[in-house]
Design a protein around this ligand. Sequence first.
Ligand SMILES: Cc1ncc(C[n+]2csc(CCOP(=O)(O)OP(=O)(O)O)c2C)c(N)n1
Length: 267
Amino acid sequence: MDTRALARRIRVHALRMVNRGGSSHIGSIFSEADVLAVLYGAVLRVDPARPDWPDRDRFVLSKGHAGAGVYAALAERGFFPVEWLDTHCADGSRLSGHVSHKGVPGVELSTGSLGHGLPVCGGMAYAAKLAGKTHRVFCLLSDGECDEGSNWEAAMFAAHHRLDNLVAVVDYNKIQSLAPVADTLRLEPFADKWRSFGWEAREVDGHDHDALRAAFGASRDRPVVVIAHTVKGRGVSFMENSVLWHYRTPRDAEYDAALAELTAAAP
Ligand SMILES: Cc1ncc(C[n+]2csc(CCOP(=O)(O)OP(=O)(O)O)c2C)c(N)n1
């Protein structure tokens, strides 16, 4: 699958969904879109016709507020009709703003309260090991989410059990909600922290599809964290690196301008 084209479609779907549903977090979705496209387009071993296939790779979006990106990726991969996306955040829709697994094929875990995805993924990866399974577990975290102590407990657990089937991906866009991460609770030296917890840390440009693909390769003996350096709002110039687009909904001229920019972009 052409992952760059998939990333662009994820962004366009998400922009429409957020506009139509009157919801937020478009900057957070744009920053993760390339990671999602590479995972769903080239890396995850999944079967849309059998979303509960026991040997499937698991993907959990721990930064659950950016769930529109996952819904768009799943629809594009054929887990459910693309038309479902039109119901995002509407009354009675199964596609809630924070990602939900209830009635949505392909979603493994409902999230939104930050700090829970990695602990659950550690359990999934450990269970796979105990059962002698070879599938892998991927967890997408946000940088601000790494303020939550539960992640560091999960990091210790995963290293202790040598969970080489577990991959954490951090969408390191350097902004959390309304302020820079560095001013809120500094993460650096971030990769060294993970390494000191017993993980293999790989740092990449989170919008470079070849680099991401290579970084998702297996490790021989320990859990892997892919620190994906990203830009919040990536793909729409007036949203990039702006705290405004964490909670703001693009409307009217802003929406038109964003859509025009995304649809004009290659590929
Ligand atoms: C436990 C918990 N505390 C607070 C929040 C409210 N909240 C929503 S998004 C967010 C931070 C967003 O920044 P970041 O985690 O870096 O994600 P980004 O959107 O930049 O990818 C916060 C604090 C939450 N969802 N869960």
